[in-house]
Design a binder for this molecule. Structure first.
Ligand code: AMP
Ligand code: GLY
Length: 423
């Protein structure tokens, strides 16, 4: 099987590695990929957001499967275009990807499918916002209705800050915001592989969204992750499949827009049970890095089954008993405008740490072969262990071997879970 993977982050690096490890795969092509991915896949400098260019690339390489990594190509209709051209594609249509692209659409589907979620109100004027903020009370949750790469949400006790964020979202053409009830409790990310009818859940993971230790500072795309979640209720996954994933997939099919791809359920386990915070229409980054680190079933066969509507016959997934932790090394000033062009040293030394490896995200290779930073999240370092403690020790030992001027990372990934501090 030949697989084309769209995207250029550490999530795509993890996907490419897992796909290439599937015995049925003889080649992986990535567009555009990155210098880490280039060690395994043929990287093609094609714009992943251009439906025609991606279709042409799929034809040129006669691929058997297209796997879409990020949300932007989905919203741009890339999955529709390649499917229309006859290729099996793992990734939803633009219409189905609105589960992620529009917070208001997601709330509408959740209401129709009776999915447990927080209360929310769609606002298009500052007066409506002020009214909603006062009726829900603090902490305030203000979300840009459109796509904002994980940075469109402000959670704050400061009413003025909440209003200011809403004002900046409303200032965009067609701007709208959703004001939500604050959901307390630990957050979980669950990826569910969907073929339009059937669903197969992966192992849940936890992400660290804020930039600094102790969940301080602004939201980012994600600074680290770990799995499994030993503190989570034993029936969590079954419960989420029954109450969230299957009803949503049924509702999307009923609307004539079947969902094929990863339904990413972001939820909070509140005192009143699990409640959905958001859906994404793709794998999460950096959770994918740890989830795939533990997956023992061949990934290409799983995603191909989803893309071709045969998940119902797929064998049960097999998982490693080990724990996996990933730590993101971010460039200076991320999540603001990151500094780029700094040399990265020590990448090869990571091999000295058992099980540890580096996935590339915002990196570039210079003519002399040197790897330099070229984005906000630069690297995602992964390690496994017999338990979370060992996985953490290893991942931080690996992070210590890497040097990138001005970079920063969180030192508390998986720490609360290790200490048994998550209730
Ligand atoms: P989202 O873009 O919807 O994933 O939101 C990003 C992050 O903001 C989430 O991972 C949560 O940490 C936080 N957040 C979003 N909505 C809520 C909510 N209703 N209550 C509490 N935290 C929230
Ligand atoms: N890590 C969360 C996301 O991918 O949106």
């Amino acid at each position: 099987m030949k697989v084309l993977v769209l995207g250029s982050g550490a999530r795509e690096h993890a996907l490419v590695s897992a796909l290439a490890a599937d015995p049925v795969v003889d080649a992986v092509i990535a567009a555009p990929g990155n210098p880490g991915i280039a060690a395994t896949a043929l990287c093609e400098p094609v714009d992943a957001l251009d439906p025609e260019a991606v279709t042409e690339l799929a034809r040129r390489h006669s691929v058997d499967l297209v796997v879409v990594g990020p949300e932007a190509p989905l919203v741009a209709g890339v999955a529709d275009a390649v499917r229309e051209a006859g290729f099996a594609c793992y990734g939803p249509s633009a219409e189905a990807a609105r589960l992620e692209g529009s917070k208001a659409f997601a709330k509408d589907v959740m209401a129709a499918a009776d999915v447990p979620t927080g209360m929310g109100r769609l606002c298009t004027t500052l007066d409506e916002v002020a009214d909603a903020l006062d009726s829900f009370g603090a902490p305030h949750v203000v979300k840009d209705d459109g796509l904002a790469a994980g940075k469109g949400v402000v959670v704050t006790n400061d009413r003025d800050e909440a209003l200011a964020h809403a004002e900046s979202c409303l200032a965009k053409a067609g701007g709208a915001v959703v004001i939500e009830e604050f959901l307390d409790g630990p957050e979980v990310s669950l990826f569910v592989v969907c073929d339009g009818t059937d669903v197969v859940p992966l192992t849940p993971a936890q992400d660290f969204k804020r930039v600094h230790d102790g969940d301080e500072g602004p939201n980012t795309g994600g600074m680290g992750a770990y799995t499994p979640l030993e503190w989570a209720p034993a029936d969590l996954v079954d419960d989420l499949v029954a109450r969230v994933a299957q009803p949503v997939i049924n509702e999307m099919a009923r609307r004539g827009t079947p969902f094929i791809g990863t339904l990413f359920i972001g939820l909070a386990i509140t005192s009143r049970g699990p409640k959905v915070i958001e859906f994404n229409a793709r794998f999460g980054d950096p959770e994918t890095q740890v989830v795939l680190a533990r997956l023992r079933s061949p990934l290409a066969q799983l995603l191909y089954a989803a893309a071709t509507g045969t998940l119902g016959q797929h064998p049960d997934l097999r998982w490693s008993d080990e724990s996996a932790v990933t730590v993101v090394i971010a460039a200076e000033n991320y999540p603001g405008t990151p500094r780029s062009g700094d040399p990265i040293d020590g990448l090869d030394d990571v091999e000295e740490v058992p099980t540890a490896y580096v996935l590339h995200a915002g990196t570039a290779q210079q003519e002399d072969g040197a790897i330099v930073s070229s984005g906000g999240r630069v690297l995602s370092v992964v390690a496994l262990g017999d338990d979370l403690g060992q996985a953490r020790e290893r991942v931080y030992a690996a992070v210590d071997r890497i040097s990138l001027d001005g970079s920063h990372y969180r030192t508390d990934i998986a720490l609360k879970a290790l200490r048994g501090e998550i209730a």
